[in-house]
Every structure is written in structure tokens, then in C-alpha cells.
Design a protein around this ligand. Structure first.
Ligand code: SF4
Length: 423
């Protein structure tokens, strides 16, 4: 196999010298998911005649036939979810891949070769991020006490990376928005890295900047996009925005818990209605005649005020870095939506604002929940919550997209943004 092409991609500076921890990794990425295998490596695996490794490979490598556009196609996977403890049987005792050890990294399928890197292209611009389910990525992306910086770095071209061809996007305003993604993100990040305001207030600034931007794109000249961006940011700076304070009333927090519950369905997304009803009945008995969301709100308030907030005041960069990573990796990434005739800048920006506020709320909830169960919060617990969330929700944009469709008020109103941010 020829080595992969080299390209320049916009990426966080810490990606420049990133390397996998190998056998020193405390959590392997070869666990807990079914790994898609590209055609070229699938053929190599099918033809491998190795007395030691072929019998192991047969257990995990599977071909699936699907019908697409009336034609039959093959898809290939390393099915880790069918293995003991969901771990790849090709891992040796030292935690290294036996295929790679014996035949070099050329033998790794593209997914394994490139993991945890995530590369994508909009028109001719490449960006590179990485999955927070990798402990080394978490350490570098989140534990950095200095503001995260971005730069252009050389990287290998992942043939499986997402690509958005703007010639298929019909709306010229949307095209301008997507073409200028890196500049928009830089402005959002600079708002977040101003350490004088609370996260919630900074996010409110960002939402307001995006709303201004959406209006300016629709109603003014888009040929000078830099001017338009600076006008949207300046409008924001000149606006009198009332800072967001964390709510301390159980009634208000109960309303927030119910809003999150309706949106994210607490993992019951695909369950039938009666499953949710049964679960609610159990909760009611456990809560002894109290409303379950009220008890959640009371516990939340206690753990947030006593454990999580004191910790985060001492380590303000942690949540900032998480939000920056999320914005850089996920903002304006609903590629499949952008080619629809009915999509426009207003809809897209509204969705992005909702996603950002809902993810902030969800993560805040998860951090506080963990503070309550552990009785403490420290950097390693903080990272563990992100690791779990990345594996369960954040890595699955379709799940987030489906969840956000349950949000009760669409389009989002200013008071919804405030409720989501004031938790
Ligand atoms: S999770 Fe990250 S550090 Fe661990 S083996 Fe995978 S790529 Fe390497």
C-alpha cells in the first residue's frame, strides 16, 4: 500500500506532536465499538494467510451485505461488540495490535490507522481535530492551563474523512457562512478565552454574536465577509448584555431538569412509550410522592454549590477547553443538511445555538451528577466524565440532532437560552 498523501490542516497546536500512548495507554481505543474497515484492507484481511493471526482475525472481521440504490454492496467491520469484554482479540498482552506489530502500521485499516484523529474538508480547507475518547487527546486538549492556540500543521490525508463540496450548496448566504467557518470559530473561541466572565455569560455573547451574524448575512453585502464578521462581533461588544447568574431556586432548576429530560430523553430515545412510562412509575415510587425532577433538582443544587462550582472556580480553563474543543470539532458540521433546498442560514445558526446551549447544559448536569456520586471533583474525574460522554453521546452527532428535535420550543427563544445557560 502506498503511504497516505500529506496535506496542511488547521488544528489545535497540541496536535502537532501528538502520538498514541501505545502499551502505556490506560484505556484502549480497541474496545467498545464496531470498527469500519476500508475496502483495500478488507481485501488484505480476507487474503491473509497467517497461521497465528488468521484464526483470530476470522473471529472479529465480518462482511455485511447491504442494498443501496438498488445495488448490493459489501461493508466490512471489526466487530468488537461481539468479543469478550468488547475488546479486539488482536490486541496482545502488552496492549499492542498484533497485526501492526507483525506487518507494520500499513496493515491497519484506515479507521485504526488514523484514530483518534478526525479530519474534514470544506471546499479546499482542511481541519483536524481528535476524539475525546482517547485519554492522550483528553489530557492535551483539556488539561492545558494556557489558552488553546490553533495553527496549520502537516498531516496525512485520511481517505475516509468527511468532505463538503460547496458547489452542491445552492444558497449563496449559506455558502459564505460555511466557507468562513474557521474565521467564525476563531471569534467564538476568542469570546470563550476572555477569562473575566462566567462560561454562561460568554456563551450568551457567542449566541448573540451568531444571531447578529445570521441577520447580517441575510441582509447585507456578503462580498466583504471580514467586515461583516467584525460588525457582528462589534455589535455584540456594544450590546448591553445582562450577565447570566446560576439559578439557586429549586423551582427554576426543576424546570431546567424537565427541559433536559424532554430533550435528551435520558437514554430512552428509541424506547417505546410504555418503557418510559414504566420507568417514570418506578421513579415516582422511589421518590415517594415527590416529583422526580424536583428531587433531581434538589440534589443537583447541593452538589453544584458544594462540590462542582468551588472546583471549577479554581480550574476555569477545564470547561473552557472542553467548550473550545467542542466548537472547533462540531460547529457547522451537519454536512448532510447543507445540500437541502430548504436549509438556510437562519435555520442552521438557530440549530447551532441550540446545540451549543444544550451540550453546555448536558455536560454541566453530568459533571454535577458525578460530583454527587463521587462526593468530590478533581481533574481526573472531570476528564472521565468527558470520556464517558464522548463515547455515549458527543461522538454521535445524529443522536444529538435527534435529541434536539424534542426541544419543546423551536425556534429557540432568548428565555430558553437563559434557562439552558443558567444551570
Ligand atoms: S486511546 Fe489514544 S492513546 Fe490509547 S491506544 Fe487509542 S489512540 Fe493510543
Amino acid at each position: 500500500m502506498e503511504s497516505y498523501l500529506k496535506i496542511k490542516a488547521y488544528a489545535p497546536e497540541w496536535m502537532e506532536n501528538f502520538s498514541c500512548l501505545g502499551s502505556n495507554c490506560p484505556k484502549t481505543c480497541c474496545k467498545g465499538w464496531n470498527i469500519p474497515v476500508d475496502q483495500e484492507h478488507a481485501e488484505r484481511y480476507e487474503n491473509l494467510n497467517d497461521p497465528d493471526l488468521t484464526p483470530i482475525l476470522i473471529k472479529v472481521f465480518k462482511k455485511i451485505k447491504i442494498r443501496r440504490n438498488g445495488k448490493q454492496e459489501n461493508r466490512y467491520f471489526l466487530k468488537l461488540l461481539e468479543q469478550r469484554e468488547d475488546i479486539c482479540p488482536l490486541l496482545d498482552k502488552t496492549g499492542l495490535c498484533s497485526l501492526q506489530k507483525k506487518y507494520s502500521s500499513d496493515m491497519l485499516c484506515a479507521t485504526c490507522y488514523f484514530f483518534p484523529k478526525i479530519l474534514w474538508q470544506i471546499e479546499d480547507q482542511w481541519s483536524l481535530s481528535a476524539s475525546l475518547s482517547c485519554p492522550e487527546v483528553l489530557r492535551r486538549a483539556i488539561l492545558n492551563t494556557d489558552p488553546i492556540r490553533f495553527t496549520w500543521i502537516e498531516t496525512e490525508l485520511d481517505p475516509e474523512s468527511e468532505w463538503l463540496d460547496l458547489s452542491f450548496v445552492k444558497d449563496k448566504h449559506l455558502k459564505a457562512l460555511l466557507n468562513n467557518r474557521p474565521k467564525i470559530i476563531n471569534i467564538m473561541i476568542s469570546f470563550l478565552q476572555n477569562r473575566t466572565d462566567s462560561y454562561a455569560t460568554k456563551l450568551l455573547f457567542i449566541c448573540s454574536f451568531l444571531t447578529n451574524l445570521s441577520e447580517l448575512i441575510q441582509n447585507s453585502d456578503i462580498s466583504d465577509f471580514d467586515l461583516l464578521l467584525s460588525n457582528a462581533a462589534n455589535l455584540e461588544m456594544n450590546n448591553e448584555i445582562t450577565p447570566i447568574r446560576s439559578v439557586d431556586s429549586v423551582d427554576d432548576l426543576t424546570e431546567w431538569v424537565q427541559l433536559l429530560s424532554t430533550t435528551f430523553k435520558w437514554g430512552l430515545e428509541s424506547s417505546a412509550k410504555y418503557h418510559s412510562d414504566i420507568q417514570n412509575d418506578f421513579l415516582k415510587i422511589l421518590c415517594y410522592a415527590k416529583i422526580p425532577s424536583r428531587i433531581i433538582a434538589e440534589n443537583y443544587l447541593f452538589a453544584r454549590n458544594q462540590v462542582f462550582q468551588p472546583f471549577i472556580r479554581k480550574h476555569p480553563y477545564l470547561f473552557e477547553n472542553f467548550l473550545i474543543h467542542f466548537i472547533f470539532s462540531d460547529f457547522l458540521k451537519q454536512f448532510s443538511l447543507y445540500q437541502s433546498e430548504t436549509t438556510n442560514v437562519t435555520n442552521i445558526i438557530r440549530y447551532e445555538i441550540l446545540q451549543l446551549c444544550a451540550i453546555y447544559s448536558l455536560m454541566q448536569f453530568l459533571f454535577v451528577k458525578q460530583s454527587l456520586s463521587s462526593g468530590e471533583m478533581d481533574s481526573s474525574i472531570f476528564l472521565d466524565v468527558i470520556h464517558q460522554a464522548d463515547q455515549s453521546y458527543l461522538h454521535y452527532p445524529v443522536y444529538i440532532q435527534q435529541s434536539l428535535q424534542h426541544f419543546p420550543n423551536i425556534p429557540l427563544k432568548d428565555e430558553d437560552i437563559r434557562i439552558l445557560l443558567s444551570c
